[in-house]
Ligand binder design. Structure first.
Ligand code: 3AM
Length: 178
């Protein structure tokens, strides 16, 4: 099964991102808007993992349970390098960097491969975006709700591809210290 570990976002944060997404939609020719309930901040993408190996992912997650919850805030909207994805960029913080690093180290100790590219915390909002105006013009019309919020839940999700597109099925969660 195809899995990844992510920070869940509080409902209020998802509501605010959805409000911004609706403003982007006014300028969209198409594109896949991530459904509100799917919004998340990926910490580590693991790809295909056998069901019987999930316990090793869970034990890596257990090692970060109770560590400080990062305070997240959207800084701005940006295009990902390939140019077809719109991200809400998330401010770096020590807690977030540390959570990402510790979880990555423990996943590696348990035999998983994790990416060593620089961690660019973000929430994906739109895939295959297509706008009627240049992105720099579009963003002038999109409000950034930058109120900080605590992200207290680290969840292992399975990506399930179905007729309705991708859905993310939560398999296991650990709580951080708020
Ligand atoms: O949180 P985002 O949207 O950036 O892009 C995929 C998504 O990240 C990423 O895993 C998250 C949940 O699907 N993803 C998918 N395939 C990937 C791959 N082959 C990948 N990340 C790295 N390598």
């Amino acid at each position: 099964m195809r899995v990844f570990v992510a920070l869940e976002l509080p409902q209020k944060a998802k509501d605010n991102l959805e409000r911004s997404a609706r403003q982007f939609a006014d300028f969209a020719n198409g594109g896949n808007f991530v459904p509100k309930e799917n919004l998340h901040l990926t910490l580590h993408f693991l790809g295909n993992v056998e069901q019987s190996d999930l316990i090793y992912v869970q034990s890596a997650m257990d090692s970060v349970a109770g560590t400080p919850a990062p305070t997240l805030a959207v800084t701005r909207f940006a295009m990902q390098r390939t140019g077809d994805i719109v991200w809400a960029k998330i401010r770096q913080s020590e807690e977030l960097t540390e959570l990402h690093r510790r979880l990555g180290d423990d996943l590696e100790k348990n035999g998983f491969e994790v990416e060593h590219r620089a961690f660019r915390p973000h929430v994906t909002l739109i895939r295959r975006k297509s706008f009627t105006l240049p992105f720099s013009e579009v963003t002038k019309n999109v409000q950034v709700f930058n109120m900080p919020f605590a992200a207290t839940r680290v969840t292992l999700f399975e990506s399930v591809f179905g007729a309705q597109g991708v859905t993310y099925r939560p398999l296991y969660t650990v709580e951080l210290k708020a």
